[in-house]
Ligand binder design. Structure first.
Ligand SMILES: Nc1ncnc2c1ncn2[C@@H]1O[C@H](COP(=O)(O)OP(=O)(O)OP(=O)(O)O)[C@@H](O)[C@H]1O
Ligand SMILES: [Mg+2]
Length: 253
C-alpha cells in the first residue's frame, strides 16, 4: 500500500501541497483529480522520491520514501512504474531501446530474454511489436507514444504504476483504449494503478477510487458513485465544469 501522511511541499514561497493525506489501495485504480496547477504531478513525484517533502511522510509497502537514501529509492523504484506527463521517451532511442532501458538498468538479462520481454510488453499495451520496435518516438502518434511509455513503465513487472495524464491530448477512441489498457493491466496483472487526470469521462469509466486535490489538500475521496454525489461545492463545480461557481467559492476561501 502507498500511504501519504501530512505531505507538505513548498517551492520557494509557494505552498503547493499543504496537508495531503491519502491511502492508495492495492490492486485498485485510484484517480487523482484536480484543477491544473494544484499539485497532482507534484504528489506522484514524491511517491517515486523525485521530490523530497518539505514535511510529512510517504510510505510504499512499509518503506519510508520521505527520507530514503539513494540505494533504497533505487530498490523501491523497481516496484513502481511511472509515466511522465511530458511524455517520457528518450527521443534519441528507438522504441525497443526505450522499453528495454529499465531491464538494462536493473537486471542482468541476456539480449535474447530482453528482446522477448520487450516484444511481449509492447503487445501487452496493444502495440504491434514487429512494427514499432525499431521506430523512433517522433515516428509514433501521440497515443502510441503513451502506450510505449506505459510499456517501459511496466517492463520490470512493477506492483505499482503511476500514470500522469495518460489520455490528455488524445481523441475519445484512443483515450478509451488507453483506459481499457490501464484497467486490463490492473485487473489481469495484479497492478495497483494511480492515474492523474482531468478527464472525467475516462475517470468514471474505470476508477475504483477518486481523490480530489484542492488548495493543497485532498478534499474528497470516494468511489465513482460517491464522487458523483459529492456535496462539496468545489467538487460539484469541477464535475459540472462551472468556472464561475468554482472561482466564486475559491475567492471566498
Ligand atoms: N520543480 C519545481 N520547482 C518550482 N515549482 C514547481 C516545481 N514543480 C512544480 N512546481 C509548481 O507547483 C505547482 C503545481 O504543479 P504540478 O505540476 O504538480 O500541478 P498539476 O496539478 O500536475 O497541474 P497540471 O494539471 O497542469 O499538470 C505549480 O505552481 C508549479 O509551478
Ligand atoms: Mg501535472
Amino acid at each position: 500500500m502507498i500511504k501519504i501522511r501530512h505531505l507538505k511541499k513548498v517551492f520557494g514561497n509557494k505552498v503547493v501541497l499543504k496537508d495531503v493525506n491519502l491511502d492508495i489501495v492495492d490492486g485498485k485504480i485510484t484517480y487523482i483529480l484536480g484543477m491544473s496547477g494544484q499539485g497532482k504531478s507534484t504528489i506522484i513525484k514524491h511517491i517515486v522520491g523525485l521530490f523530497k517533502p518539505t514535511s510529512g511522510e510517504i510510505w510504499v509497502d512499509g518503506v519510508p520514501i520521505h527520507n530514503a537514501d539513494i540505494k533504497t529509492l533505487y530498490e523501491i523504484r523497481k516496484k513502481i512504474g511511472f509515466t511522465f506527463q511530458e511524455g517520457a521517451l528518450f527521443d534519441s532511442m528507438n522504441i525497443y531501446e526505450n522499453v528495454a532501458f529499465p531491464l538494462r538498468e536493473h537486471t542482468k538479462l541476456k539480449e535474447k530474454e530482453i528482446k522477448r520481454r520487450v516484444f511481449e510488453t509492447l503487445e501487452m499495451v496493444g502495440l504491434e511489436a514487429n512494427r514499432v520496435a525499431y521506430l523512433y518516438p517522433h515516428e509514433l502518434s501521440g497515443g502510441m507514444k503513451k502506450r510505449a511509455a506505459t510499456a517501459r513503465a511496466i517492463i520490470l513487472k512493477p506492483k505499482y504504476v503511476l500514470y500522469d495524464e495518460p489520455t490528455s491530448g488524445l481523441d475519445p477512441i484512443i483515450s478509451d483504449k488507453i483506459t481499457r489498457m490501464i484497467k486490463n493491466l490492473t485487473r489481469n496483472h495484479n497492478i495497483t494503478s494511480v492515474v492523474i487526470s482531468h478527464d472525467l469521462k475516462e475517470t468514471f469509466k474505470s476508477a475504483d477510487y477518486i481523490a480530489f486535490l484542492y488548495n493543497g489538500e485532498i478534499i474528497e475521496y470516494a468511489d465513482v458513485e460517491g464522487f458523483k454525489n459529492s456535496k462539496n461545492p468545489i467538487v460539484r463545480a469541477f464535475i459540472e465544469g462551472n468556472s464561475e461557481i468554482y472561482e466564486k467559492i475559491a475567492e471566498a476561501v
